[in-house]
Design a protein around this ligand. Structure first.
Ligand SMILES: [Ca+2]
Length: 227
């Protein structure tokens, strides 16, 4: 009996080894510091199968080792996938942004009036429940005070290209919360004479999958007066 069990274990071990190391198998995931650009320090790593091909992509936010005159590091967001058997960078947020949904041309590019940017949120959220999650990226621009918070929801197509399916930008700051397959986004709504500290109204948006329309959208938006 012991021999039989041993034989089964050997067969299982051989099968597992074949799956992991056989010719054509995807290489194992290297640590994030070996994927990001030289000198950058990984901050957040999201491992998810964005295009539904049953192989995970890896999205990493990182910051530069060097800081600018004001002590601010440069943020990066990169997506890596296995191409021709090697882990390869397939998206770099310092280049062109994923097009679509009226999004701007660049994901990471601080405006002249602001000092810097940081990656505020990074997550994979399966809005449609189809096993093909979207990538959620929140980018906060800041200077002396908080600048706009940009929300990008990006999906990966069958061909591995990224497209923006929803883009939102607040006037100043905000919070992105993830509730399973939805986002809750809270932010101040500034009227003409509101000081920067103190918006007179707050908005709460629920962002999720509209199954009738077949897209991610703002499902609900409530605006209340500040207390
Ligand atoms: Ca994949």
């Amino acid at each position: 009996m012991r021999l039989v069990r041993g034989a089964v274990l050997v067969v299982l071990a051989a099968a597992c080894a074949g799956r992991d190391e056989g010719p054509g198998a995807a290489p194992s995931l290297p640590p994030p510091e070996r994927l990001v650009r030289p000198g950058a320090t990984p901050v957040d790593t999201v491992v998810a199968d964005l295009d539904g091909d049953r192989a995970d992509e890896v999205t990493i936010s990182s910051v530069s080792g060097e800081v600018d005159d004001l002590g601010i590091a440069t943020p990066f967001v990169e997506v890596f996938d296995v191409r021709d058997g090697r882990w390869t960078r397939v998206f770099d947020a310092t280049g062109s942004a994923p097009p679509g949904a009226g999004a701007p041309a660049a994901m990471l590019s601080a405006g002249a009036e602001f000092v810097g940017q940081s990656v505020d949120s990074l997550a994979a959220v399966d809005f449609a429940g189809d096993g093909r999650p979207e990538l959620v990226v929140g980018i906060l621009t800041f200077g002396a005070t908080a600048g706009p918070l940009e929300l990008w929801i990006v999906s990966m197509g069958d061909d591995g290209t990224l497209a923006t399916v929803l883009y939102r930008v607040t006037e100043r700051g905000g919070l992105i919360g993830i509730e399973t397959d939805r986002l809750r986004v809270e932010y101040g709504v500034y009227r003409k004479h509101d000081p920067g500290c103190c918006p007179s109204r707050f908005a709460v948006e629920t962002i999720g999958w509209n199954s009738a329309a077949g897209r991610v959208e703002v499902l609900d938006r409530r605006v209340t007066r500040a207390p």
